[in-house]
Design a protein around this ligand. Structure first.
Ligand code: ADP
Ligand code: MG
Length: 717
């Protein structure tokens, strides 16, 4: 049998047209949230005092009263059982970055049968044997248990399977000694930190009615769809989520014909099916479109409270994977599954807001709102300047390293794009212009220019890792596989730190007798003069920027994950996180250890997969082809026919290279090394092996080549 049997079968199977189960078109307003234990369900099913008590917990963060918990548990169980649920699961978000769940059935023995039981205690606290989750040395094996506890601010929902329904309860995951073992706890803590500081600043601006301030997020998710038949014929996609080999296709994305193009029917069917599943669990999916690379797409929901947005984002990824399978697709979230084509990101749109003052990153309608807006903006600018290294660490991973700094993705240098108008205003403030009050005691910063700020004025530069887009910032450097929690924790905590700094400056100046508006003017000038170096509106992809950013402006260019991760434990980072009680030194050190290990393991999987494919699939194919050519050459010689043996020579050269590079990588992978070793020694050796494999793909007979090609994976659907 030829080496390409698996490949050819795959093509045949895809071509024999896939017929998914058609879902009935549903009225969105009817199905939206139908599987959520939502506010309206609670209002309907809970006794009034219980409902009031739980609302207080949700909105004001007050502790949940245990008797209320019992009542909620009963109502939740009844609601779930009526809808076919037999089990409940505490859903948590360990430091693997994935979603974890432990299922238990409701049943308890009773007489000679069973009854459904669910108490406040089982609702609010679980005890999965989480000893195998990474803990970075936080837990000793003898006290390895982690505890899960209901996060009341994120609603419970039902997950429907073909053979049953599960009640899912979003939870935190914490160690016996109280350390955060997950991605949710720090997010909740950082949300509180930034809220507290923002409320303090609002008070200084004269507000008296101030509702709790919280952070909000709207993550845009890019992904690839590859037919499962091809996926299963690519061991690298299965094991590493990316192709470690693959020659560039003749047609890639050079015609820009895929971006916002007509969505292929089969993909549209998938999208509608997946959106129905998202709507049922209350995820407000909003936009869908083709992305730049062939086979690449995007979905974005309407933004929500950061904590809920983060849980929903995790759930979105889970649902995408499983629904894609039903449609015969593998959904790939990797940041760079195909070399040479656009990678996938997760643009995290982020803002802070409350019910009384609204979105604090919105320019507003009058001069005093503008001054307040500029102050919050200045705080964001200070954040990325002071903590740029930490921003970079928050988006560091083996997979995102392939994307950052590639020619379609933001560079690893952290700067912010704020649009021309806003830049002009800050420049004027710095130069001491446009700073006067208007004589009536009203603040006049940028009075002339600011009202003209267009909503999307900030959204023209796609090359910035962190862009102001009219009423929010968009963190574009986040990788498509990421939990958005980590980046949000950094954004929130750094902003808390900067607002705190600014509020203190203002308080000090006012206490020393400076008039408030003058104090604001002075502080804005000081902040922008000191931290404006992080503002860059130009082309972030250009090589001039890479030079200027580092040598001229002193910004960090942490190219790789092993360079970036230590930013998690610098003295500055630790003292900030401890000051706002978001993460302790121990928790930060644990994260560094875990993320470094994850990096190393990821690279090792890629290298080992590459080695196995090269040795057991590519070498045999290449050698068979070489043998054919050699036999042909000797036959020709025997017959006295003059032949051209350049292909044989070329293939023979490549086969020797291939064998040498396999041996080299084999030797290197046998050495035990850390993340830096993986980055600086293993990855370059894998890339070098790739060059030879990809060169062979272009010469070996097509009917011998064992791996589905880029062209097949990207274009056959
Ligand atoms: P674009 O591709 O132009 O950036 P999209 O519509 O794809 O825009 O995505 C924008 C995302 O930003 C959506 O998830 C949207 O809900 C979110 N968003 C809008 N306003 C805010 C805000 N104030 N805070 C956080 N996210 C927001
Ligand atoms: Mg966007």
């Amino acid at each position: 049998m030829s080496g390409s049997a698996a490949r050819l079968n795959a093509i045949a199977s895809v071509a024999s047209s896939f017929e998914p189960d058609y879902v009935e078109a549903a009225e969105i307003t009817e199905i939206f949230g139908s599987n959520v234990f939502s506010d309206s369900v609670m209002r309907e099913r809970l006794p009034k005092p219980v409902y009031k008590s739980i609302k207080k917990t949700i909105e004001l963060g007050e502790k949940l009263d245990p008797t209320a918990a019992d009542a909620v548990a009963i109502a939740m169980k009844d609601w779930a059982v009526e809808r076919g649920a037999s089990h409940y699961a505490h859903i948590f978000f360990p430091l693997t970055g994935y979603t974890a769940e432990k299922h238990d059935s409701f049943i308890e023995p009773s007489g000679d049968g069973v009854i459904n039981e669910f108490s406040g205690k089982t609702l609010t606290q679980g005890e999965p044997d989480g000893s195998s989750f990474p803990n970075g040395g936080i837990r000793e094996t003898h006290q390895a248990r982690g505890y899960t506890a209901w996060d009341v601010t994120s609603p419970a929902y039902l997950q429907e399977g073909n053979n049953g329904v599960t009640l899912c309860i979003p939870t935190i995951f914490v160690s016996w000694s109280g350390e955060a073992l997950d991605k949710k706890i720090p997010l909740l803590r950082s949300n509180k930190a930034v809220g507290d500081q923002a409320e303090r600043l609002l008070k200084l601006f004269g507000h008296t009615d101030i509702a709790p301030v919280a952070s909000y997020a709207g993550p845009e998710q890019e992904y690839f769809l590859v037919d499962l038949n091809f996926y299963y014929a690519r061991p690298d996609l299965i094991a590493a989520d990316r192709t470690v080999f693959g020659a560039a296709p003749a047609k890639g994305q050079q015609f820009d014909d895929h971006y916002f193009g007509a969505i292929p029917d089969r993909v549209a069917d998938f999208m509608m099916d997946v959106e129905n599943s998202l709507y049922k669990v209350g995820i407000p999916a909003k936009t869908r479109h083709n992305e730049v690379a062939p086979g690449q797409f995007e979905i974005a929901p309407v933004y929500e409270a950061a904590n809920v947005a983060s849980d929903h984002q995790q759930l979105t990824m889970t649902i995408f994977k499983s629904v894609a399978k039903k449609h015969g697709f593998a959904c790939i979230f990797h940041e760079k599954p195909f070399a040479g084509l656009n990678g996938s990101g997760k643009h995290v749109n982020w803002s802070i807001a409350n019910k009384t003052q609204g979105n604090l990153l919105d320019p507003g309608h009058n001069p005093s709102e503008n001054a307040q807006f500029l102050t919050f903006c200045a705080a964001v600018i200070r954040s990325i300047h002071v903590h740029g290294g930490l921003f970079r660490a928050a988006i560091a991973s083996a997979s995102n390293d392939h994307r950052l700094g590639a020619n379609e993705a933001p560079p690893a240098i952290m700067s912010t794009f704020i649009g021309d108008e806003l830049l002009e205003i800050f420049e004027q403030i710095k130069a001491g212009k446009a700073l006067d009050t208007d004589g009536k005691g009203t603040f006049g910063v940028g009075v002339d220019t600011l009202p003209h700020l267009e909503r999307d004025a900030g959204d023209r530069n796609r090359t910035s890792p962190f862009a102001f887009t009219g009423n929010r910032f968009e963190f574009r450097a986040v990788g498509s596989t990421f939990s958005i929690s980590g980046p949000l924790v950094v954004l929130n905590t750094c902003l808390a730190d900067s607002i705190d700094f600014i509020a203190t400056q203002l308080e000090t100046k006012v206490a020393a007798g400076t008039e408030f508006n003058t104090a604001v003017t002075e502080v804005l000038k000081e902040i922008y003069t000191e931290h404006g170096a992080a503002v860059f509106n130009g082309d972030g992809y250009s090589s001039e920027w890479h030079e200027k950013a580092v040598s001229g402006r002193g910004l960090k260019n942490l190219r790789t994950t092993p360079e970036a991760l230590p930013e998690l434990v610098t003295e500055q980072t630790v003292s900030m996180f401890e000051k706002y009680s978001v993460l302790s030194k121990t928790e930060l050190e644990a994260r560094l250890e875990i993320y470094e290990e994850q990096y190393t393991e990821k690279v090792l999987v890629e290298v080992k997969t590459g080695l196995r494919i090269a040795s057991t699939m590519v070498v045999p194919a290449a050698v068979r082809f070489q043998t054919d050519l050699a036999q042909n050459a000797s036959s020709l010689k025997e017959l006295g026919i003059e032949g051209n043996f350049s292909t044989l020579e070329n293939v023979s050269g490549l086969v020797s290279d291939l064998q040498a590079k396999i041996a080299d990588l084999d030797a290197k992978v046998a050495v035990e090394g850390d993340a830096t070793y993986a980055c600086n020694t293993l990855l370059p050796a894998l890339n070098s092996l790739r060059e030879t494999v990809d060169a062979l793909e272009l010469v070996v007979a097509d009917d011998e080549w064992p791996l589905p090609s880029y062209q097949e994976m990207l274009f056959i659907k």
